[in-house]
Design a protein around this ligand. Structure first.
Ligand SMILES: Cc1ncc(C[n+]2csc(CCOP(=O)(O)OP(=O)(O)O)c2C)c(N)n1
Ligand SMILES: [Mg+2]
Length: 382
C-alpha cells in the first residue's frame, strides 16, 4: 500500500520494523563510474568510452533540454493544462546515456517517465503530453521511432519487450530491445517472468532498471534484500550497477549490454543507481515520507552539473555554447506551452474506438449508455 494521499504529516525514513531488520548480506557494491560527482574523468577496467568534445556537448544539450521540457510540463500541470505529470528530474543521465547507446533499429519499451529516452528516439516532446492532458491514449506511432507507448501497468512492458526480443531473434536480425522499469517494478511477477523467459530463450534484451530509490512512498529496502543488479545472477545472466547520474557510464554500460545482446549472448540487467529528485507525480507530496537531507545529498551528485564542470575544465564548451543552449531551452519551452494549449479536445465517443479491432457487444452497449448519459445534459428548450 502506498501513502500518496493518506500519509501522516511526519516524514518517515522507513518503518522501525524495516530498519531493525537484517541489513543486506552483501556489502554495498561499487558503481561503474566514468565521471565523478566533482566532474573528474576516471577510468574503469571493463567499461571505456572515447567521446569527442562535440559528442560530449551533445549529451549535455540532451540533458539540459530534457530537464527544461520536464520543468515546463510540471508548470503546465500546476496551471491546469495537464491532469498529471511524472517528472524525470534527477534521472536525465540514466535516460540520455542509455538512450544514446541505442541504434535506430533497436526497440524501446518505456514506463511513463522515460521522457529523456523519448527525446533520444526523436519523439516530439509535445506528443508525450497528450495522454497527460487526457486528450489521447498515446500520442505517437510506436513504430515510427521504435519507441513503444508509455506503459502505466507496472512491469508489464518487460514481458512485451521479452516477447518482442524473442521475435527479433527468430527473424535473425541483430537489433536489440531495451525495457525500462523502476525499483518498485522489480517486485512484480511480470518482471520475474520476463527474466526467466529471456534467459532461457537467450533473448536480445537489456533490462534497464532506474533505481531512483522510491516507488511512490516505498523505499527500495522494501523491494529487495540484495542490491537489485544481483538478482540477475539467479536467472543466469549478468547484472551491473552503474552510477545513474553519470551519463558517460550509463552510455558505456548500456552500449556494452546491447552489444552482448546483438552477439546472441542473451539479456543483461543494468541497475542505474539514481534518485527521484521530484515527487512521484504531481499528485504526490514527498515531504510526507522522506527527508530533505537525502535530497540534498543527491543534489550534490547532479548529472548535469558534473558534465558541465567537466566540459568547462577541459575547455570543451565556452560561454557562447551555454548561452545558446539557454536560448534553445526557452524556445523549446515556448513551443511546448503553445502546443499543449492548442491540443483539441477529443471527441467524447472516441474512447470506445480501437478497444477491439472488430468491435465487441459489451463495448457497443457501453458506447450507447454513455451517449444517452451525455444527451441527458442537453438543457431544456435548447
Ligand atoms: C500493476 C500496477 N500496480 C500498481 C500501480 C500503481 N503505481 C503506479 S507507479 C507505482 C510505483 C512504481 O515505482 P517504480 O517501479 O520504482 O518506478 P518510479 O515511479 O519510481 O519511476 C505504483 C505502485 C500500477 N500503475 N500498476
Ligand atoms: Mg522507483
Amino acid at each position: 500500500m502506498t501513502v500518496e494521499s493518506t500519509a501522516a504529516r511526519k516524514p518517515r525514513r522507513s518503518s522501525k520494523r524495516v530498519s531493525a531488520a537484517k541489513k543486506p548480506q552483501s556489502s554495498e557494491p561499487q558503481l561503474v563510474q566514468l565521471l565523478t560527482p566533482e566532474g573528474e574523468r576516471v577510468q574503469h577496467p571493463d567499461y571505456d568510452i572515447d567521446l569527442s568534445a562535440e559528442e560530449l556537448r551533445g549529451l549535455y544539450r540532451d540533458m539540459v533540454l530534457t530537464r527544461r521540457f520536464d520543468a515546463e510540463a510540471t508548470a503546465l500541470q500546476r496551471q491546469g493544462e495537464l491532469g498529471l505529470w511524472a517528472s524525470l528530474l534527477g534521472q536525465e543521465a540514466a535516460q540520455i546515456g542509455s538512450g544514446r547507446a541505442l541504434r535506430d533499429d533497436d526497440y524501446v519499451f518505456p514506463t511513463y517517465r522515460e521522457h529523456g529516452v523519448a527525446w533520444c528516439r526523436g519523439v516530439d516532446p509535445t506528443n508525450l503530453l497528450g495522454m497527460f492532458r487526457g486528450v489521447n491514449h498515446g500520442g505517437w506511432d510506436p513504430n515510427s521511432n521504435n519507441f513503444h507507448l508509455y506503459t502505466i501497468v507496472i512491469g508489464s512492458q518487460t514481458l512485451h519487450a521479452t516477447g518482442y526480443a524473442m521475435g527479433v531473434a527468430k527473424d535473425g536480425s541483430d537489433s536489440a530491445v531495451i525495457a525500462y522499469f523502476g525499483d518498485g517494478a522489480s517486485s512484480q511477477g511480470d518482471v520475474a517472468e520476463s527474466f526467466t523467459f529471456s534467459a532461457v530463450y537467450n533473448a536480445p534484451v537489456v533490462f534497464f532498471c532506474q533505481n531512483n530509490q522510491w516507488a511512490i512512498s516505498e523505499p527500495t529496502e522494501r523491494q529487495t534484500r540484495v542490491p537489485l543488479y544481483q538478482r540477475a545472477q539467479g536467472y543466469g545472466f549478468p547484472g551491473v550497477r552503474v552510477d545513474g547520474n553519470d551519463v558517460l557510464a550509463c552510455l558505456a554500460v548500456t552500449r556494452s549490454a546491447l552489444e552482448r545482446a546483438r552477439r546472441g549472448e542473451g539479456p543483461t540487467l543494468v541497475e542505474a543507481f539514481t534518485y527521484r529528485m521530484g515527487a512521484h507525480t504531481t499528485s504526490d507530496d514527498p515531504t510526507r515520507y522522506r527527508h530533505d537531507e537525502d535530497r540534498a545529498a543527491w543534489e550534490a551528485k547532479d548529472p548535469i552539473q558534473r558534465l558541465r564542470t567537466y566540459l568547462e575544465n577541459e575547455g570543451h564548451a565556452d560561454a557562447a555554447f551555454f548561452a545558446a543552449l539557454d536560448e534553445e531551452s526557452d524556445v523549446l519551452a515556448k513551443r511546448v506551452r503553445e502546443a499543449v494549449r492548442a491540443m483539441p479536445d477529443p471527441d467524447d465517443m472516441a474512447m470506445f474506438d480501437h478497444v477491439y479491432a472488430d468491435g465487441h457487444a459489451l463495448v457497443d452497449e457501453e458506447r450507447a449508455q454513455f451517449a444517452a448519459y451525455q444527451a441527458s445534459f442537453v438543457e431544456e428548450g435548447k
